[in-house]
Design a protein around this ligand. Structure first.
Ligand SMILES: C[S@@+](CC[C@H](N)C(=O)[O-])C[C@H]1O[C@@H](n2cnc3c(N)ncnc32)[C@H](O)[C@@H]1O
Length: 256
């Protein structure tokens, strides 16, 4: 096990920060046993973030467990792209919200905006609502398919749509790392046989919801960027790289 993981498990088992531990604190028997139990869970493939129970995301901390995808650094980049792309947005929509990471960090960044977020999974909506309470942020979380649960009066009024939807193809599942494949919800990962199914539906419906000139930014698979750029052609979609140089985002805008 890498040193940094052992250190984080020790912090989780003892509730003490590393700086307190390295000065030579003697652990109780209970703390040693708790540490051993966490090491076993990690060795069996459980993600470190599930064991710790919380991950930092942009300006907030979000609770995560087996019911939601663990927010990724690429998605933090999506949050930053969104903050740079819009000025003073009044209506923001996050599709496929999972833990609520994007919706809540955008509400944190744009306090006067009304933020709506949807997810097909009732479990994910529960986690997102918990995270809203923990962070003291007011976001409307709605259970349902993509745009379907949104109030109709938002049509043509949305300044910013963001989404990190499922974008893995069924045939790519066997190649996923074990801790992803066995511990994160399949509904959060797999879009269908080709992987671009959900993004295609988002691109088709977005023009009805965006206000003229409104922005849409979605996370995508580097393996499907060409197809996705095609789906977003009517929104003038352009592909942007993530920090590791992979084609990771599509950014588009509704016609003025
Ligand atoms: C890749 S996860 C992203 C979660 C979160 N936004 C993030 O960035 O970590 C995709 C999420 O989409 C949800 N989902 C899958 N199909 C959906 C659909 N048709 N409509 C709404 N949500 C959907 C899943 O339940 C899952 O929470």
């Amino acid at each position: 096990m890498p040193n940094h993981e052992a250190r984080r498990l020790l912090e989780a088992a003892t509730g003490r920060h590393w700086t307190q531990l390295i000065i030579g604190v003697e652990l109780t028997t209970g703390e040693v046993e708790a540490f051993r139990a966490l090491v076993e869970r990690r060795r069996s493939g459980e993600p470190l973030q599930h064991i710790e129970g919380v991950v930092p995301f942009g300006p907030i901390d979000v609770a995560v467990d087996h019911r939601v995808l663990i927010p990724r650094p690429e998605t933090e980049q999506l949050f930053e792209l969104a903050c740079d792309a819009v000025e003073n947005p009044q209506v923001i929509v996050d599709l496929c919200t999972g833990s609520g990471n994007l919706a809540l960090s955008l509400k944190h960044a744009f306090r006067t905006a009304s933020v709506y977020a949807t997810d097909l999974s009732p479990d994910a909506i529960d986690v997102a609502r918990h995270n809203a309470t923990e962070n003291g942020l007011d976001v409307t979380f709605l259970e349902g398919d993509l745009f379907e649960p949104l109030p109709g009066h938002l049509k043509g009024r949305v300044d910013l749509i963001v989404s990190n939807p499922p974008y893995i193809a069924e045939h790519e599942v066997p190649d996923l790392p074990v801790d992803v494949r066995d511990h994160e919800p399949r509904m959060a990962l797999v879009a269908g046989p080709s992987g671009d199914e959900v993004l295609r539906r988002i691109a088709a419906a977005a023009p009805d919801w965006l206000k003229p000139g409104g922005t849409i930014i979605c996370e995508i698979s580097e393996f499907h960027s060409e197809e996705v750029a095609g789906h977003f052609a009517d929104l003038d979609g352009t592909i942007q790289m993530d920090l590791s140089g992979k084609e990771r985002f599509v950014i588009g805008a509704a016609q003025r």
